[in-house]
Design a protein around this ligand. Structure first.
Ligand SMILES: Nc1ncnc2c1ncn2[C@@H]1O[C@H](COP(=O)(O)OP(=O)(O)OP(=O)(O)O)[C@@H](O)[C@H]1O
Length: 255
């Protein structure tokens, strides 16, 4: 087998082949993901939908190496990843993958600024570059005046915006988001989605789990899971595809 997966235009951003996850709980197997084949092109924005328990989080966690697969293949940026050990996954994440979850996972004893800069610094970016990127992201998210605060001093919505800034700090090849707006009010949802839309227009590949059809409507493509399998994989109407016209779709959420 070749060690690269490519599409007509070059390496795919993400690719899974017959991906399976079976949890063993108290001796009873739970088939969370049952043979998923998913190809995500560079620059694509894919929303993952489906009912509770359909395997969305399990899939996204495996795509980022946060959960191990039972069988099948995972390819990231054209390279086989499911065979990596934990430390190699950690390096791959640092270099290529940004995460944002429903619960913010910020480092409590660091300032907002340091939380956002850390991934870029760990990824080897020069301090000046990390600082400029942090300033840009916090500015886009209306958080410049919170740079020196501790996460615990921020509202939930502000913390989620910091978590998004952190996930984007080292300009990852792929942004994986699991219900990033799940806990947010409409104003914070709008800010998070505006930045996600903006980085997508800049070419960011995004895979985002969401329950919200309006949020999924911002994506190029919606993949629907049921019982651990893909039951629908559809492109959105062409009018929704890039290039998009600013944050109009997002603003509609609050009209
Ligand atoms: N750590 C675990 N141990 C055992 N079973 C698990 C574990 N994590 C998830 N599951 C089970 O795997 C299945 C898929 O769960 P998953 O969290 O991926 O679904 P989901 O679609 O993300 O759901 P939700 O929309 O409620 O977040 C469910 O039946 C769940 O109970």
């Amino acid at each position: 087998m070749s060690d690269r997966v490519t599409t007509a235009t070059g390496p795919s951003a993400l690719h899974t082949v017959n991906l399976v996850k079976i949890y063993q709980t108290g001796g009873l197997p739970v088939h969370a993901v049952r043979g998923i084949d998913l190809l995500v092109e560079p620059g694509e924005f894919v929303a993952i939908m489906g009912p509770s328990g359909s395997g969305k989080s399990t899939l996204v966690h495996m795509l980022g190496g946060l959960d191990t697969r039972t069988s099948g293949e995972i390819w990231v940026d054209g390279k086989r990843a499911d065979t990596l050990n934990e430390s190699a996954w950690a390096i791959l994440r640092r270099q290529k993958i940004g995460f944002v979850f429903q619960f913010f996972n910020l480092v409590d004893n660091m300032t907002v600024a340091d939380n956002v800069e850390l991934p870029a610094l760990l990824g080897g970016a020069p301090a000046k570059h990390a600082r400029e990127r942090r300033q840009y992201l916090l500015g886009e998210l209306g958080l410049t005046d919170k740079a020196d605060a501790a996460p615990a001093q921020l509202s939930g919505g502000e913390q989620q915006r910091v978590a998004l800034a952190r996930a984007l700090a080292n300009q990852p090849q792929v942004l994986l988001a699991d219900e990033p707006t799940g806990n947010l009010d409409s104003r914070n949802t709008r800010d998070v989605l505006r930045l996600i839309g903006e980085v997508h227009r800049q070419g960011q590949t995004i895979v985002m789990v969401t329950h919200d059809a309006r949020v999924a409507g911002l994506a190029d493509r919606v993949v629907t899971l049921l019982d651990g399998q893909i039951v629908d994989d559809g492109l959105m109407a062409p009018v929704r595809r890039r290039p998009k016209s600013g944050a109009g779709d997002v603003v509609e959420l609050h009209g």
